[in-house]
Design a protein. Sequence first.
Length: 260
Amino acid sequence: MTTILVTGGTGTLGRALIPRLLDAGHDVRALSRRPDTGAGRPRPASYAVDLRDGTGLAEAVAGVDTVVHCASAPKGDTEAAGRLVEAARAAGVRHLVYISIVGVDRIPLGYYRTKHEVEGLIAESGLGWTVLRTTQFHDLVLRAVKAGARLPVLPVPTGVRFQPVDVGEVAGRLAALASGAPAGRVADMGGPEVLAARDLVRDTLRAGGRRRLLVPLWLPGGLFGALRRGENVTPQHADGTVRYADFLARRSGGKAAAAR
């Protein structure tokens, strides 16, 4: 039995990953600023640790074989990862698994640059390591469209495509990687379809029974140039099987209410 610590244990990915690790027979610890206190199901040991200051981190990693680093924030990720690496080295952790994003080395976005820095920090840590890059989760696409749909007119960037992937399938891949030996940078993982932004917006609105005026918008700059070049997709690794339409249908229970 392997002892595995999951950072970001109450986040979207952490919540999907932990049950898979428990089902595989691992001893699982969840690290989060706000530990899960839910009842009625097997739960990991929870540690309240804020990686921004590292308080309690040494106790959380003591005796851990593998760390899966899912925690992420708009700011401070590099410093947080540095604290985690230092604590993992001191505790004799053998394997550090990190979830990253397709295109972090090619898309000029601050958050992506930070993710790429963390990849480098982990690779140079002296620990055994594995990095998996994936495309955007279905949940993120849904939240982005819902945020834009608050207005009656919804601008949609032209020439931009996405390849959304199911978080459960990503969790399955991460669980397998965490159960194995360090593998370095592994093959990227994307969803089964590469879809135009307009199609994703239209399908989300339709699933929610909403009508909005969609206005095509060509956006300048390095970020949208990179997206138009497809730096955010990985069609050669369309490993997921759950389509975005399947995700919307599952959320709505077959009813047109998912995005309300």
